[in-house]
Design a protein around this ligand. Structure first.
Ligand code: GRF
Length: 206
């Protein structure tokens, strides 16, 4: 299954996937909306083609840029796009240009601590302020509504006494990497088993 990844920053989830190489998954294109980010170095280190598509290079219009992102994945034959730390809302032009599936990883137990502004450390601060006894990881389908698509997988992480946003984020991140690799492997296996077999027909040896 041909995988595209959309990133904005550190790229640790991208790195976890490229390092684990889940069976049946072929990473073919990484797109960043920001130049100079570590995620682009991660893609280069693994030999995965990468592009930077900035709003500023598309007349300052985020819709035009999002259409270009969708078109790039479509042209690359991508079947599944992973948002791995992508910090923008995807506008309808993306969904119009790209016909495949898109999933996102979020560092809380959605629907809790999702939605506008719930990115990065803000998520973990919100969990601690609640205060919640546990947090976790959610992987979900991406629709045009932020953090609102059907949930594919979730995993719980305890909030420990003395946790601050940084310590909680670090523990959640370890679980993100594990759940992401496992979920991608499962999706690839499901898609692989539902595809018609290619190659010479199976026959008895007559
Ligand atoms: C992760 O916490 C992910 O869940 C969220 O953004 C962060 C990205 O981290 N969507 P990284 O860039 O994968 O290291």
């Amino acid at each position: 299954m041909r995988l595209g990844v959309l990133v904005s920053g550190r790229g640790s989830n991208l790195e976890a996937v490229l390092t684990a190489k889940p069976r049946g998954l072929e990473p073919v294109l990484v797109i960043s909306n920001r130049p100079g980010v570590r995620a682009l170095e991660v893609a280069a280190a693994h030999g995965i083609p990468a592009r930077v598509l900035r709003r500023g290079d598309h007349g300052g219009d985020p819709s035009v840029r999002d259409g270009a992102i969708g078109a790039a994945f479509e042209q690359a034959g991508v079947e599944l796009v992973l948002l791995a730390g992508y910090d923008q809302l995807l506008r309808p032009a993306y969904f119009a240009a790209y016909s495949g599936r898109t999933i996102n990883i979020h560092p809380s137990l959605l629907p809790a601590h999702g939605g506008i502004g719930m990115m990065g450390m803000a998520v973990h601060r919100s969990v601690l302020a609640a205060p919640d006894a546990e947090s976790g990881v959610t992987i979900h389908e991406v629709t045009q509504d932020l953090d609102d698509g059907p949930i594919l997988a979730q995993s719980r992480v305890a909030v420990l006494p003395g946790d601050d946003a940084e310590t909680l984020a670090a523990r959640v991140l370890v679980e993100e990497h594990r759940l992401l690799v496992a979920t991608l492997a499962q999706i690839a296996a499901e898609v692989g088993s539902s595809r018609p077999r290619t190659g010479p027909p199976l026959s008895d040896a007559s």
